[in-house]
Structure formats: C-alpha cells, structure tokens
Design a protein around this ligand. Structure first.
Ligand code: NI
Length: 257
C-alpha cells in the first residue's frame, strides 16, 4: 500500500534534528513520495538539498507563499521564483495563493503575485498548488479567469463547502487536497467530503502544521497520512487500500512525475 504526501514542508527548522528519521519512518509507513512546496527564497536551498538526498522520495516545488508577499521584497522574491523555474526541475508552482487571515492590507499585491505565478506555471506547463485562507472567493475568481486546458492544480488543505468544491472541480483539472482537518471534531469537512467523488481527492499533511487527531497540536509528520487516509476510508466506506490506490493515482495524474 503506497501513499503520496502531496504537501509537506519537511525542509523547515522543525525537522532539523531528526529529518532522516522522519523520512525513514514515513517511507516505512508506505508514504513513499513526499512533495515539498516552497515558502520563499530563504527556504529554497534546504528544500533542494533534501530532494537531492532523497531522489525518488522527495520532490520540490517552486513558489512564493502568500504570507510572504511583502511590498519591500516582492519583486526580488518573484524574480527568484522566475529564475529558479528556468534553472531547475520542479514538479509544481507552489505554494501560491491568497491569505487574508494574517494580513488583509496586502490583498492587492498578493493578487498580483498569485497571477504572476499562475502565468509562470502555464509557461512551464506545471500544476499549481494553491493556499487559501479566508480568501476562497477572491482566489477562485483569479483561477477561473486564468483557467484553460493547460492549467491544473490543487486547492490545498480544502475546508470549504460543497459549492466551493463544485467551483473547483468545474475548472476541469483541479483537485482538493485533504489533510488533518478532516479528522478534527466539528470541522464539518467530513460532511462535505462525503459528497465529493474520490476522483477529485489527493492526500496531504501540510507538515509541520495541522497534525491529525490524536496528534492535534503536536508537530505534524508525513507518516500521519495514514491517519488521514483511515478517516477518509471511514467516511467513504472504502477499504484503506482503495483510498491509497485512488489518491496515489490522482496525485500522479496531477503532478505527472
Ligand atoms: Ni503549506
């Protein structure tokens, strides 16, 4: 039984003391592939080093996280994304998007950075990995505007309602990233996911954040994909093997590795 963790920040400082153990136990738990979304230019080197150390297991994305879109540094940061995409091989442009939870004042420049990076993804024929927080409507409007048959991607850490999910799947080549929030009591995500076809779903942890129950509040790790898959199998009334098979196929289909 194989899984893919399609969203895991294993290169962050939370893992600096035991990263080899974290990857080893993830692989032994069946999570044989881990996809790493970048945050900003300062995290690029550690991400690339990790992927170099674990070829076939760890794969890099390139992008500027919406929380790091700042007036003073935006130009330099986006140039870094653009240059790296020319220079190195990445499996996606991510993570990109809009975050209005931490800072509403940067909405306009966040939108500019998001659109710019979607255009880079189209140029390089790469999928996009989208972060939205308190900003689904603003973000989906931009994706709908720029969508065409060459654009694909995932709304990572999906926590929306059925209408939101429909707008995503109506785009054509877009998936919902399902993570630890699915296991939280009263998150309501389980009720939504119940109504969404498995063909639209991929699994992710968003490590080190959002650890699933019963590890909520602790450091998240890629091995906990199994806990998320168990919850999904319960909701869908499927064997966990079937969940592994479908979500892995979906992830490979999107990221084309
Ligand atoms: Ni993330």
């Amino acid at each position: 039984m194989n899984f893919i963790d399609t969203h895991t920040h294993l290169f962050l400082k939370q893992f600096k003391d035991d990263i080899d153990d974290v990857i080893d136990i993830a692989i032994r738990s069946g999570i044989t592939k881990m996809f790493l979304p970048n945050i900003n230019s300062e995290t690029t080197d550690s991400m690339l080093q990790l992927c170099e150390k674990y070829p076939g297991n760890c794969f890099s994305m390139m992008g500027l996280h919406p929380c790091d879109v700042k007036k003073e540094t935006m130009e330099k940061e986006l140039l870094h994304v653009e240059e790296m995409l020319e220079k190195e091989k990445f499996i996606a442009v991510g993570e990109i998007g809009l975050d209005l939870y931490w800072d509403k004042t940067t909405l306009e420049i966040q939108k500019m950075a998001f659109e710019f990076q979607i255009k880079l993804a189209k140029k390089h024929k790469l999928p996009i990995v989208i972060h939205v927080r308190d900003s689904f409507l603003e973000a989906i409007e931009i994706v709908e505007k720029l969508n065409d048959e060459n654009l694909s991607g995932v709304f990572h850490c999906f926590t929306g309602n059925v209408d939101d999910s429909k707008r995503i799947t109506d785009l054509g080549n877009f998936y919902l990233g399902i993570g630890g929030v699915l296991t939280f009591k009263n998150s309501g995500v389980d009720k939504t996911i119940e109504k969404i076809d498995m063909k639209h779903l991929i699994l992710e942890t968003d490590s080190p954040y959002l650890a699933p129950t019963p590890y909520r509040g602790k450091r998240n790790e890629s091995k906990y994909i199994v806990n998320i898959a168990e919850k999904l199998s319960e909701i869908k009334g499927l064997e966990i093997e079937e969940v592994a098979k479908i979500t892995t196929e979906n992830a490979l289909n999107l990221f084309k590795i």
